[in-house]
Ligand binder design. Structure first.
Ligand SMILES: [Zn+2]
Length: 244
């Protein structure tokens, strides 16, 4: 005699044909979404009005973006670096572009940012001989599926005609900087890098690419690691910087 217990769920065997059918369905849904996206205008990332092609914003939000403070072509100072160039302030509506790139995997935004950087800062950024994306710790990369700095650095390297090298590796997870107070950001412990491809940066001017720069502490440590590996100079490009 057996005691009555809760019904146990029988696990279905994994079937090759079943998983293939699921993949076909997934592909079909993506193709359908792509076809609908071609026919219908994308909604603006900031206000949901029909968006223009560039940066996923409508014309009104785009005008607002251009009216806000912008990075100067001559560049700004950033401790430990030999130049710092940025395009927009990290505030509405640009914050929505970064959120789209980070969490909604809208890789076309990285392409548009690279186009803007090439148009507005191409002469300065071509001083670099190799492009290095700011690395993400492997655990965070696993969780998000990709490093969004790659989504900007890869097309930017193509536009500038420079090689792309993932020369840096982030050794510690750290904490996300955006949204934290200035004191907390400066005290953010455990930002550490290693250079895994010193031959790619030795005696070269490196362009380090990130999405947003806050205090510059992370960029400074990455630059010091690159210089310790033999980089001649490190200049930094970020799509945006915090203005507070
Ligand atoms: Zn809008």
């Amino acid at each position: 005699m057996t005691a009555d217990g809760p019904p146990t769920r029988r696990r279905l065997p994994i079937c090759f044909y079943g998983s293939a059918a699921q993949n076909v369905c997934r592909l079909g849904r993506r193709l359908l979404a792509f076809a609908v996206g071609l026919l219908l205008p994308r909604p603006c990332l900031a206000c949901s009005a029909p968006a223009e092609r560039e940066l996923g914003l409508c014309s009104q939000c785009r005008r607002l973006l251009e009216a806000r403070p912008r990075g100067a072509a001559r560049g700004d100072r950033l401790e430990g670096c030999d130049g710092f160039f940025w395009l927009w302030g990290y505030q509405p509506p640009f914050d929505q572009i970064i959120l789209g790139l980070k969490y909604r995997r809208l890789d076309y935004l990285g392409l548009h940012i690279a186009d803007e950087a090439n148009t507005r800062l191409g002469i300065e950024l071509r001083r670099a001989e190799v492009v290095v994306p700011m690395p993400m710790h492997w655990r965070r990369r696993l969780a998000r599926g990709r490093n969004h700095a790659d989504s900007i650095a890869r097309p930017l390297a193509r536009r500038l005609g420079r090689p792309l090298s993932p020369a840096l590796r982030r050794r510690t997870l750290g904490r996300p900087q955006v949204g934290r107070g200035r004191r907390q950001r400066l005290l953010n412990p455990g930002i550490a890098f290693t250079c895994r491809r010193p031959a790619a940066v030795r005696d070269r001017v490196v362009l380090l690419v990130d999405d947003v720069v806050t205090t510059g502490a992370t960029s400074g440590r990455a630059a010091r690691t690159l210089k310790a590996a033999g980089a001649r100079k490190v200049i930094v490009f970020a799509a945006a910087r915090t203005l507070t």
